[in-house]
Design a protein. Structure first.
Lengths: 138, 144
């Protein structure tokens, strides 16, 4: 983003990822979150869930790439918050679940900017009130 | 006594020290599909949400506190916030302290707000990770 004028309403390049069961297993191992609702249909349905769900923290982690890919330097992230509003159901097939992330600058205050991220899967917002505060430096 | 507003302010002992490794950073970045050069090389930093690896360890203090009568399978992670002081780096030795910030009992659901302060073992603050959990009560007559 260096050299770009930064103003409220600036949109960031969107990102679409296909989250598959393999991605969930990989995130389970990397994060240490082995809750079986993230890999076992049997465990998920026993709890009344519609199927195996992506870890909310996986969705949150991938969402931040919209901002860090854009600013380049992840150390510029000062705060990051979200609500897990809808689960991402990941079928056991090769395609998985497509989640599209987009970002818009919603506030600029001197050196600080706030980016609001939308995360959509199957036409539903899966994250809510997702905000990233960054030092944009210029 | 199940969890109630009386537990607000409870703080748990620090988690066992955790050493951030370049290998674990690389593994986590790959799990996010993130090939940023910041997460590899000789002196990598961790992706910002890597803090959850340490924070989740501190969550165990809460869920393992028998007095609160929480059942992990009835807990939903409702929201998450990170306030960063600085990034985690390979070689950092850190630990985390969980505090109960808020408890609201709304009918059959407990709304629990916690914060996890992550700091180096030398006391340098790294990040505050705050979360809200919804804990559903066991339905009457349901098997334990």
């Amino acid at each position: 983003m260096s050299g770009n004028a930064l103003e409220v309403g600036t949109t960031l390049p969107p990102l679409t990822v296909q989250l598959t069961r393999a991605d969930l297993v990989r995130y389970a191992g990397a994060s240490g979150d082995f809750n079986p609702i993230h890999w076992s249909d049997r465990a998920a349905t026993a709890l009344g869930l519609p199927g195996v769900l992506a870890h909310g923290m996986l969705t949150m982690g991938v969402a931040l790439r919209v901002v860090t890919d854009w600013i380049g330097d992840p150390t510029r992230v000062l705060s990051y918050s979200t609500r897990f509003t809808k689960p991402v159901v990941v079928p056991d097939d090769d395609a998985g679940a497509a989640v599209t992330f987009s970002g818009t600058v919603t506030a600029v205050d001197g050196d600080l900017a706030t980016v609001t991220i939308d995360a959509v899967c199957a036409d539903q917002k899966v994250l809510g009130a997702t905000r990233v505060e960054v030092r944009h430096g210029g | 006594m199940p969890i109630s507003e009386q537990h607000v302010g409870r703080r748990y002992p620090p988690t066992a020290p955790y050493e951030v490794s370049a290998a674990k950073i690389g593994e986590f970045a790959r799990a996010l599909g993130d090939d940023s050069s910041a997460y590899s090389g000789a002196a990598p930093i961790a992706p910002p949400t890597f803090v959850m690896v340490i924070a989740a360890d501190a969550w165990s203090s809460l869920f393992d506190d028998a007095e609160l009568e929480l059942a992990l399978r009835r807990v939903v992670h409702a929201d998450q916030r990170f306030d960063y002081v600085r990034p985690l780096r390979a070689g950092d030795r850190v630990s985390a302290v969980l505090s109960i910030d808020k408890v609201r009992v709304r009918g059959e659901v407990d709304i629990i707000g916690v914060s996890v302060q992550v700091a180096t073992v030398d006391g340098e603050p790294v990040c505050n990770a705050s979360s809200t959990f919804y804990h559903s009560h066991e339905p009457a007559g349901a098997p334990a």
